[in-house]
Write a protein that binds this ligand. Structure first.
Ligand code: NAD
Length: 491
C-alpha cells in the first residue's frame, strides 16, 4: 500500500513563528528522504539565529496571556488536541513512516504513545495542585503554588518524530509555558502537522512555535537569555554538550541521551515467548530506538546459550525486509545512507576484534533505500567496542556468561543506563537483578521497557543529564516552579 495523500501534502517545511507559517527562500536547506526509496521528499530550511530571536519574541509576547488563562481552559484545548489527533491518527502515523521509515505498527504505536501524553496532560488542573499545611505555628498556614517558567524550548531526534516532541509539548503548554520546538532536520514533517492541529484545537498564536534547522538553531537556543528551560533528546555527545552549555547559560536542562541496553536471558526463560520479544526489541524500528535491546546476554551452559542464539538467529533470518508502508514489512530501512555506513563499519570492526558474524546484514537486502539486513554478532566480549558503543541499527551483539552475577557485572560496565530487560520465571533472580542493575527502565520478560506517560522516561548514567526526567510528575515539575507562602491573618 502506498502512503496517503495527506502525508505527501507536507512537502514544504516552514517555520511557525507567532502563529504564522513563514517561508524564507534565502535559507540553505537539508534534504528530507523517504528512507525506503532514497527519494527526496522535502527540504528542511536551516534557520538562523535571528529566526530563534523572532520565535523567542513571539513566545514572550504570548506568555502573559497564556499563563494567565485558567488552567481548565488550557486543559480544554488539550482535550480538543487529543480528539484531533485521534481523527488524524492515520495521517500522523503515515507521516512517521514516510519521514522515518518505520513500519505501520511501530508508527501507530508511536502516535498512540504521543496521544497518551496529551491524555496525561489533560489532567493539568490536578497535576498543578500545590500543597498546604495549616497551623504550622498558631494561626499560620503554609501553602505552595506551581507557576510556569516562561519561554521553554525542545530539541528532538529523528527516531520518534511524533512521540518525542509530544513528550513535552502538552505538559509544557498545559502548565502555562510558551514553547519553541527545534525538530530533527531529518524528520520535520510530523512536527509541522502537530503545529497545525494545536492551532485547530484553539491554541493562541505564539504559544507554540517551530524553528527548523540544525546546530546554529540549537546554539541560539542554548544561549538566548529569554529561554528558561530546554528539553533535549538525542545522542550522548550532543546531550552532554547541550546540558553543559544550557546550564552555563543559566537554564534548566534535561537531556535524554544514547543507550546500550542489555537483554539478559536466563536458562529458565520461556524461549518461544522470549524470542519474539528479543527480535522486536533488537530489530524493531531498524534498531533505531533508545530502548532497543542491542546486547543479548546469554546466561548458562554452552548448549543452553546455543539453543537461545539458534532460535534468535532463525527468527531474525526470517524477517521480512521492506518499506514501512508495505503490509507485512518487519525490518525497515535506516534513516540515511551515511548512518548505514556507520552501522556497517561497526560490523567490520566487530569482526576484526574477534566477534563471530553469525548473521550478516552488510549486503543491502534491497537495492533502493537505506536497508541493512538483520545482523547477529556472537562471542562479543566486554572489551570490544560493539559491546559498549551505541550502533543504532539492526545489529544484535551476543555476550555469553555463565551466571546472573556476571550478566549484571557486564551490563553495569556500560557507561549508559537507559534500560535493561531480563527473561526468566524466577522471582528471586528478578529481585537480585533489580537491586543491583544500573539502568533506569527495567523490563521483566519485556524487551522494550517503555514507561507510560504518567511515569518518567527514566534513563540514568550517561543516558540522561539533569535532575527531572521527561513525562510523568517529573515532566510537570521540570516545566514549573514553586512559590511557597506563609500566611497569618491579623484581624
Ligand atoms: P542527534 O544527537 O544527532 O540529534 C538530536 C538533535 O540535536 C537534533 O535536533 C539535531 O539537529 C541536534 N544536533 C545534532 N548535532 C548537533 C550538534 N553538534 N550541536 C547541536 N545540536 C546538534 O540524535 P539523532 O541521531 O537525531 O537521534 C538518535 C539518538 O537519540 C540516539 O543516540 C538515541 O539513543 C537518542 N535518543 C534517546 C532517547 C532517550 O530517551 N534517551 C530517545 C530517543 C532518541
Amino acid at each position: 500500500m502506498k502512503l496517503t495523500d495527506h502525508a505527501r501534502r507536507h512537502k514544504e517545511v516552514r517555520n511557525l513563528i507567532g502563529g504564522e507559517w513563514q517561508k524564507r527562500e534565502d535559507l540553505p536547506t537539508e534534504p528530507v528522504y523517504d528512507p525506503a526509496t532514497a527519494e527526496v521528499i522535502a527540504q528542511t530550511p536551516l534557520s538562523k539565529k535571528e529566526d530563534v530571536e523572532r520565535a523567542v519574541r513571539a513566545a514572550e509576547e504570548a506568555f502573559s496571556g497564556w499563563s494567565s488563562t485558567p488552567v481548565v481552559e488550557r486543559a480544554r484545548i488539550l482535550f480538543r488536541l487529543k480528539m484531533l489527533m485521534e481523527e488524524n491518527f492515520d495521517e500522523l502515523s503515515s507521516l512517521v513512516t514516510l519521514e522515518n521509515g518505520k513500519d505501520k505498527k511501530d508508527a501507530s504505536g508511536e502516535v498512540r504513545r504521543a496521544i497518551e501524553v496529551v491524555e496525561f496532560a489533560c489532567g493539568m488542573p490536578t497535576l498543578l495542585m500545590g500543597e498546604t499545611v495549616r497551623d504550622v505555628a498558631r494561626g499560620i498556614d503554609n501553602l505552595s503554588f506551581r507557576y510556569p517558567l516562561g519561554v521553554v524550548a525542545a530539541i528532538t531526534p529523528f527516531n520518534f518524530p511524533c512521540m518525542v516532541p509530544m513528550w513535552t509539548i502538552p505538559i509544557a503548554i498545559g502548565a502555562g509555558n510558551t514553547y519553541i520546538l527545534k525538530p530533527s532536520e531529518r524528520t520535520p514533517l510530523c512536527s509541522q502537522r502537530i503545529g497545525e492541529l494545536l492551532f485547530e484545537a484553539g491554541l493562541p498564536e505564539g504559544v507554540f512555535n517551530i524553528v527548523n534547522g540544525a546546530k546554529e538553531v540549537v546554539d541560539a537556543i542554548l544561549t538566548h537569555p529569554g529561554i528558561k528551560a530546554i528539553s533535549f533528546v538525542g545522542s550522548q555527545p550532543v546531550a552532554e554538550y547541550v546540558y553543559r552549555e544550557g546550564c552555563a547559560h543559566g537554564k534548566r536542562v534535561q537531556a535524554l541521551a544514547g543507550a546500550k541496553n542489555s537483554m539478559i536471558v536466563l536458562p529458565d526463560a520461556v524461549l518461544e515467548k522470549a524470542v519474539p520479544n528479543i527480535i522486536s526489541s533488537a530489530y524493531g524500528n531498524a534498531g533505531e530506538r533508545c530502548l532497543a535491546g542491542s546486547v543479548l546476554v546469554a546466561v548458562g551452559k554452552e548448549e543452553e546459550q546455543d539453543r537461545l542464539i539458534g532460535a534468535v538467529k532463525e527468527a531474525a533470518s526470517k524477517m521480512k525486509v521492506g518499506p514501512g508502508y508495505e503490509e507485512g514489512s518487519e525490518l525497515t530501512p535506516l534513516i540515511r545512507d551515511s548512518h548505514r555506513e556507520k552501522v556497517r563499519s561497526y560490523v567490520d570492526l566487530a569482526e576484526q576484534e574477534g566477534a563471530e558474524v553469525v548473521l550478516d546484514g552488510r549486503v543491502p537486502p534491497r537495492e533502493e533505500g537505506f536497508f541493512f539486513g538483520p545482523t547477529i554478532l556472537d562471542r562479543v566480549t566486554a572489551k570490544m567496542r560493539v559491546a559498549r558503543e551505541e550502533i543504532f541499527g539492526p545489529v544484535l551483539s551476543v555476550v555469553r556468561v555463565p551466571d546472573l552475577d556476571e550478566a549484571i557485572e557486564f551490563t553495569n560496565g556500560s557507561a549508559f543506563g537507559n534500560a535493561c530487560s531480563i527473561f526468566t520465571e524466577s522471582g528471586a533472580a528478578v529481585r537480585r537483578w533489580r537491586e543491583r542493575i544500573e539502568a533506569g527502565m527495567l523490563g521483566v520478560n519485556i524487551g522494550v521497557a517503555a514507561p507510560m506517560a504518567f511515569m518518567p522516561f527514566n534513563g540514568i548514567k550517561k543516558s540522561f543529564y539533569g535532575d527531572l526526567h521527561a513525562t510523568g510528575k517529573d515532566g510537570v515539575r521540570f516545566f514549573t516552579e514553586n512559590k511557597v507562602e506563609i500566611v497569618r491573618w491579623l484581624s
